[in-house]
Design a protein around this ligand. Structure first.
Ligand SMILES: Nc1nc2c(ncn2[C@@H]2O[C@H](COP(=O)(O)OP(=O)(O)OP(=O)(O)O)[C@@H](O)[C@H]2O)c(=O)[nH]1
Ligand SMILES: [Mg+2]
Length: 413
């Protein structure tokens, strides 16, 4: 599930890490440590003779590699510090040298002092360049690439932009102390961005059912969505889900438009041993739903699940039909059933149903076959309605409650 989305995010983490922690950084960090060590001992040997030549020769050797570090504390120290008259003064004793080194280190934190023991440092490079901060330049191109990849993966534009901006805001300016920091920070930033996207106030369907049961009124749920998305199958799954918890549902066959729709629903109801209320093909869908509610009330059944058509003569007819059912039975929940595989289309359809009838939650089906994950990531954010369940297969038990933390775990790990 959502493998392609996961690949995009983990790829980005790797790319950012590689871009920021280059081989050169590691070389420089290692050189600094080696040079610092070797110079300290050579300076000590040459102490008595004040043999500046030895140090200068050594510096000449290392100069090309550490050119950019000339002005850092450690290099000016190793090179000898000139006073105002230009006279170069080298430390005379190892004590002097140590104290001067410490002053420089506290003044200029670009220079490295082991912060952790070598075994603590995951990269093994305990003298990593301190105070290297993540800059916009380091990540802009990679995040732009991610944005394009997300759009290709059917992630809605708003969602892709929101993720990129949030990650940028989190990463730019963050100081890196060790190699693993970049990976950790990027993973955290992505997790945070995605959690925020998925953080939509949700409805607890089970408590709604419990409350309805206590009140003696059935909980009425109407399922809407275009044809083939999985409404009928999902109703069979939801029946199974609630029956396992001791509820007794009634199903309304309010798709009276499509040939075979009533038979298909009857097949599932019979298999599950659930009461189905049906009229003839072409009958008024609202009247079927109304009868199902009356049946539930009369027989003390706790749940009415209304199947609806996915296609009518026109889309206007379809929406009018949904509005009529809504008017007649006043459902407690209208759930949009969308096919995850149709990506952006599914999101657009959700918007249309929301605008016309108003929806309370979403069930995304066929998530089991969905590699892209774009709809799952975007749909809730775009219409600001929660995903309640995911359909994850064709059998009656293939329904899972949707939890944002689970989704984040799936795609970032
Ligand atoms: N793999 C998989 N297939 C699903 C899932 N949900 C539904 N399907 C399949 O999708 C197809 C269409 O499902 P239906 O339940 O008939 O869809 P519908 O929305 O009622 O379609 P209409 O009645 O034409 O509006 C069927 O073959 C289902 O088995 C799911 O979660 N995973
Ligand atoms: Mg159907």
């Amino acid at each position: 599930m959502f493998e392609s989305l996961k690949k995009k995010f983990t790829g980005t983490i790797g790319k950012i890490s590689d871009k920021i922690i280059t081989e050169e950084d590691i070389k420089v960090a290692t050189n600094k440590t080696d040079v610092a060590k070797s110079e300290r001992s050579e300076s000590f040997i040459s102490n008595e003779k004040s043999d500046t030549k030895l140090v200068d020769d050594k510096l000449a050797e290392t100069e090309p590699k550490i050119e950019e570090e000339k002005n850092s504390g450690i290099m000016s120290f190793l090179r000898g510090k000139s006073n105002e008259s230009g006279e170069i003064k080298y430390p005379k004793t190892i004590e002097e040298e140590s104290s001067e080194l410490e002053t420089l280190i506290s003044d200029k934190t670009e220079v490295i002092k082991p912060e952790t023991s070598e075994s603590d440092d995951k990269s093994g490079i305990f003298s990593f360049v301190k105070n290297k901060a993540i800059s916009a330049k380091d990540i802009d191109d990679i995040l732009f690439e991610l944005e394009l990849a997300l759009l290709e993966g059917d992630v809605a534009m708003d969602v892709a932009e929101e993720i990129i901006n949030s990650v940028k805001q989190d990463l730019i300016g963050r100081k890196i102390r060790r190699r693993s920091d970049v990976t950790d920070f990027t993973r955290e930033a992505l997790k945070k961005a995605i959690s925020n996207i998925l953080d939509i106030e949700s409805k607890d369907v089970i408590s709604l059912a419990e409350n309805a049961k206590k009140s003696g009124e059935p909980l009425k749920i109407m399922f809407v969505g275009i044809n083939g998305t999985g409404k009928t199958t999902t109703i069979a799954k939801i029946s199974t889900y609630f029956m396992k918890m001791g509820y007794t549902p009634v199903i309304a066959a309010s798709d009276t438009f499509r040939a075979g729709a009533i038979e298909q629903l009857t097949y599932h109801a019979d298999k599950l041993n659930v009461k189905i209320i049906k009229h003839k093909k072409g009958a008024d869908p609202a009247a079927v739903a109304f009868d199902a509610v009356e049946h539930a009330k009369a027989k003390d059944k706790e749940l009415v699940l209304v199947d609806t058509a996915g296609r009518m003569q026109t889309n206007i007819n379809l929406m009018d039909e949904m509005k009529k059912i809504k008017r007649v039975i006043r459902p407690d929940l209208i759930i949009y059933v969308g096919d995850a595989l149709t990506g952006n289309d599914s999101v657009e359809q959700a918007q249309k149903f929301n605008d016309s009838v108003g929806i309370d939650g979403i069930i995304l089906t066929k998530a089991d076959a969905d590699v892209k994950g774009g709809a799952a990531l975007s749909i809730g954010y775009v219409i600001q309605k929660p995903i309640l369940f995911l359909g994850v297969g064709q059998s009656y038990s293939d329904l899972i409650e949707f939890k944002p933390e689970w989704m984040v775990e799936q795609i970032i790990g």
